[in-house]
Ligand binder design. Structure first.
Ligand SMILES: Cc1cc2nc3c(=O)[nH]c(=O)nc-3n(C[C@H](O)[C@H](O)[C@H](O)COP(=O)(O)O)c2cc1C
Length: 171
């Protein structure tokens, strides 16, 4: 079905299933973070990842000044954080959260399925968003079933239901 209305474009884009992350950073002693599903892996050697931020986001300049960011891949159990990190002050977003402090000084959300701590390599302007290309400095992941990833598609959260044949030749 071909459609041209911007709302239909959003609907079509929302069909792409993703994980959900909270991107965190620290600047001038202040932690800040926001929910993001535009995260993607880019390169293994060197290790590069990206995500995109709305240019009008209140956090846009903070993420540039911070010079790096941590990608926290949310587990299914962390679903409440996905909406929590879209609103309120930064102090409210982090209140009561169990954080680990990484060598970079950035906060990592404990209980995440995986995390990548990154230096901000380059900002690539792209329409109404900026692509934040990052070089992975450190990372970790949790193989436990209790930290299976949160999935997001068509504006709904869910969990992965595996099919019987595992993919053996994926990137
Ligand atoms: C599931 C989900 C994914 C999101 N992904 C992004 C994203 O990739 N980039 C972005 O700029 N905003 C994204 N948002 C919206 C931001 O989280 C939200 O606009 C931001 O936290 C608002 O804070 P601010 O006004 O301080 O920027 C997403 C929201 C949700 C619920």
């Amino acid at each position: 079905m071909m459609m041209s209305h911007p709302q239909h474009l959003k609907e079509a884009m929302a069909c792409f299933g993703t994980g959900v992350t909270v991107i965190t950073a620290t600047h001038a002693g202040q932690d800040f973070g926001m929910t993001c599903n535009s995260f993607n892996t880019v390169s293994l050697e060197p290790a590069l990842v990206l995500w995109s931020i709305r240019q009008s986001s209140g956090n846009r300049t903070h993420f540039e000044s911070a010079g790096g960011y941590t990608v926290n891949i949310l587990s299914h159990a962390q679903q409440p954080l996905a909406l929590h990190f879209t609103k309120g002050s930064q102090a409210e977003r982090f209140a009561g959260l169990h954080l680990a402090r990484l060598a970079s000084g950035r906060p990592q959300i404990v209980g995440s399925t995986a995390w990548f701590d990154c230096a901000l390599e380059r900002i690539i302007p792209a329409g109404d968003h900026d692509i934040m290309l990052g070089r992975v400095l450190d990372f970790g992941f949790n193989p436990d079933a209790s930290t299976e990833p949160l999935i997001y598609a068509r504006r709904q959260f869910g969990k992965l239901i595996s099919t019987p044949s595992p993919v053996t030749n994926a990137a």
